[in-house]
Design a binder for this molecule. Structure first.
Ligand SMILES: [Zn+2]
Ligand SMILES: [Zn+2]
Length: 315
């Protein structure tokens, strides 16, 4: 019988994972420890939290967010004045999000973490099931992205958090960097920094998983026995991001470490981008949230969708 090579870190246990970009072979214990160390390093390098931060963690019920929640709860134990609260958004996708929310709720109960959910229905009067039924001009993911961003910020404010931690991993970061370059959207590129920034009306967003490759986040969840939603959203479109994901995964096999290279290059570029008027200076005249224009993007989208619904009704 073939025996697995020993872990290159502890030298005593059989390895379960080969890390192509570093050449390490790791046993389950050393692998989990390496992820925790990396996340701790990321947090301190970017000064993501204060010793007494009230941290809202965006928990979707997927592998990344549940792994992040477990890790932050563990790390927070060393900081008695810090707090972790889970916030989840119910976009209203029947048969998908309800299942993920059940898993998120169970994780919070077992970890003893306060859990707050906020729904699109309560906040915008619309569910994603209704929005996709109305066939607006945008793709479902575009509507969902704009609305979820607002909802997460609202949820973080509701629990009086001073940080909003989201579980974007290295793959997400590299994809977003390329996507924004390919769209020529420098404003968005500048906004993807993992340490976020303090803007009036927004809870500062931080991304402690930004240096954890997706494969490793998945393995971490499996090794820790975390139960997560693994099905993709039924509305996930095969858009540009999917092409970039496939391209990056192919490149990563040929040239291990290329996702790190793209991510680091983006971090180098971001401070050199000058985006005039990047900060929202005014307030939306409908909802009062920060915006660059007269009416914010959320109110524009919700307004259009509601108008369309009125038009559908028999007079
Ligand atoms: Zn080991
Ligand atoms: Zn508004």
């Amino acid at each position: 019988m073939k025996v697995a090579p020993l872990c290159t870190k502890c030298g005593s246990k059989p390895s379960v994972y080969f890390r192509p970009y570093s050449g390490e072979r790791l046993c389950p214990g050393c692998f989990a420890a390496s992820i925790r160390e990396r996340v701790e390093r990321t947090i301190s390098r970017f000064r993501m939290f204060e010793f007494d931060s009230r941290i809202a963690v965006g928990v979707s019920g997927g592998k990344d967010s549940l792994s992040l929640l477990h890790l932050l709860v563990e790390i927070e134990e060393q900081f008695p004045k810090a707090e972790v609260i889970a916030v989840s958004i119910d976009e209203g996708v029947r048969g998908y999000r309800d299942e993920a929310l059940r898993l998120a709720g169970e994780a919070c109960r077992s970890l003893g973490v306060e859990w707050r959910t906020l729904s699109f229905a309560d906040l915008f009067g619309l569910t994603m099931d209704e929005i996709t039924g109305r066939r607006g001009e945008l793709t479902p993911c575009s509507y969902c992205g704009v609305l979820r961003r607002r909802a997460l910020n609202q949820a973080a404010r509701d629990v009086e958090a001073d940080r909003l931690a989201t579980a974007h991993n290295l793959d997400d970061m590299a994809q977003t960097a390329l996507l924004n370059l390919m769209r020529g959207d420098l404003r968005r590129l500048a906004g993807m920094h993992p340490a976020g920034s303090d803007l009036p009306g927004f809870v500062r967003r931080v991304k402690p998983f930004c240096e954890v490759p997706e494969r490793e986040s998945t393995l971490y969840a499996y090794l820790r026995g975390i139960e997560f939603q693994s099905r993709p959203c039924p509305y996930a479109e095969t858009a540009m991001r999917t092409d970039i994901r496939r391209f990056l995964n192919r490149m990563e096999v040929k040239r291990p470490g290329i996702k790190f290279i793209i991510y680091r290059a983006a971090l180098e570029i971001i401070p050199r981008i000058s985006v005039g008027g990047a900060e929202p200076s005014g307030r939306c005249r409908i909802c009062g949230e920060p915006t660059r224009g007269d009416v914010c993007r959320v109110c524009q989208l919700v307004g259009e969708l509601s108008k369309e619904a009125e038009g559908e009704q028999p007079s």
